[in-house]
Design a protein around this ligand. Structure first.
Ligand code: SAH
Length: 436
């Protein structure tokens, strides 16, 4: 850790808010109640085919190719709508880089691996991870590493390319191909872009998803005297061009997603997250590797968490759709269930615990000792506080991992319990980092 160079770019901290904050849906000032192209599109859709599910609404508003919120803008950082941990402090990505190296070592230093990131935003997190890989080049020197980014937004993938690749080496682009862009990173690793995880080549991989699962569409359900009913979005009959929530008059197909023994009276379920977790689990069970998932969320306890963010403020989800981010807390108990026992899961554990276990205090001290500039020192300390303070991101954000069974229990999970099992080393972050 001590050998890592300090990143020069200062990162914003103070005036921004993060999406993990949870308030109930607020009422917006009237001037925000404008008719956006997305609202016009949705009103037309609902008029022709009837009320839509919250999942359909989220999907259209966020990732519709023509008008979706994520498709044509940079929403991160001070001037955007929200800020994320990698944008707050370089230390975050550096510690995650260490996590992947530590897992690669613990699993036997495979001759090659793919590092796959889902929803890479500006590419900042991957940039910090790759800097660690370069600095620890002597450890990784004989390993063949390739980078794979899953991103639906062309404008964000352009931003990722400018963060991660050299402008003097041109990118290959082919919008019709499953690999819609490819090139070489600043440190010389091959890098490719895909719209879907399914398109990433199968092979020994480490997967990363930071603040990705929370933007996937959720279905919402309400318990009523007649049983569970799905929450839908309809046009408000009192006000033109205004949307409102309604309850489905009868059972909808998505109700099959609910657990029979559900005790809450309001539930959000994210089937897309289930599909992705199943795909990750199958791949990890087959070829090895691991997945690290970090997000705000709960372990199957919360109810109504669907909310919007615009300009670092909470935003009514039904107002001016397409101008604000939409998000819902990740249900880690659902992710664990969707792994279907094919792999082992660890967590969720709080971000403050994970980063502490990864050695954030030592890393902060090294950077503080190296930096003479008061402004840089102040930013490092503010960044640390934002990531670790339980009132800020320290408690609300969680880490969750999927690993092959044999990584946790020795060579094979089929081993007869009478036999002595080979001891597996602890998984960094979920317990203290220990280099072997
Ligand atoms: N991981 C980044 C960005 C989080 S924002 C960070 O922590 O800073 C969510 C990211 O997921 C964006 O890059 C967005 O374009 C991408 N995204 C949203 N929906 C997606 C989908 N269905 N498939 C792939 N990427 C998606």
């Amino acid at each position: 850790m001590g050998v890592l160079v300090r990143c020069c770019a200062a990162r914003a901290v103070a005036p921004c808010s993060w999406r993990g904050k949870y308030f109930s849906s607020g009422n917006e000032p009237a001037e925000n109640n404008r008719v956006t192209p997305m609202l016009r599109h949705l009103v037309y859709k609902i008029k022709s085919t009837g009320p839509i599910t919250v999942a359909e609404y989220m999907k259209e508003v966020l990732t519709n190719p023509a008008k979706g919120y994520y498709m044509h803008r940079d929403m991160l950082g001070e001037k955007g709508d929200f800020i994320t941990s990698p944008e707050i402090s370089q230390i975050f990505g550096e510690l995650l880089g260490i996590w992947f190296i530590s897992e690669w070592m613990a699993a036997g230093k495979n001759a090659a691996f793919q590092l796959v990131e889902l929803g890479p935003g500006r590419g900042t997190l991957m940039g910090d991870i790759l800097r660690v890989f370069s600095q620890l080049g002597s450890v990784l020197k004989n390993c063949d590493i390739s980078i794979h980014l899953v991103e639906v937004s062309q404008s964000l993938s352009d931003l990722q390319a400018s963060t991660l690749t050299e402008t003097k080496i041109p990118l290959e682009q082919n919008a019709k191909s499953l690999v819609y862009m490819k090139g070489v990173t600043k440190s010389g690793l091959p890098i490719s872009w895909y719209r879907d995880l399914q398109d990433v080549p199968k092979g020994y991989s480490f997967f990363l998803a930071h603040e990705f699962f929370d933007v996937l569409p959720v279905h919402k359900f309400q318990k009523t005297p007649q049983g569970w009913r799905e929450v839908l979005i309809d046009i408000d009959p009192q006000v033109s061009d205004k949307l409102r929530f309604v309850l489905a008059p009868c059972v909808t197909p998505a109700e099959a997603l609910l657990q029979h023994d559900e005790t809450r009276d309001h539930v959000e379920v994210c089937p897309d997250a289930g599909v992705i977790i199943q795909e990750l689990s199958e791949r990890i069970a087959l070829t090895g590797g691991a997945a690290l998932i970090a997000d705000y969320g709960h372990d199957g306890t919360k109810t109504d968490t669907f909310r919007g963010f615009c300009g670092h403020r909470l935003h009514d989800v039904l107002i001016a759709p397409g101008t604000a981010d939409l998000t819902a807390d990740v249900d880690f108990s659902y992710l664990r269930r969707m792994a279907q026992g094919k792999v082992a899961s660890l967590g969720p554990i709080e971000q403050q615990t994970f980063l502490k276990n990864m050695g954030i205090d030592v890393r902060l001290k090294v950077l503080l000792d190296k930096s003479a500039e008061p402004l840089m020192r102040q930013q490092l300390l503010q960044g640390y506080d934002m990531l670790m303070n339980p009132q800020k991101m320290g408690e609300r954000f969680n880490f969750f991992a999927l690993l092959p069974h044999q990584r946790l229990h020795g060579r094979s999970h089929h081993i007869n319990t009478c036999q002595s099992k080979p001891s597996a080393s602890p998984v960094a972050g979920f317990s203290e980092l220990a280099w072997q």
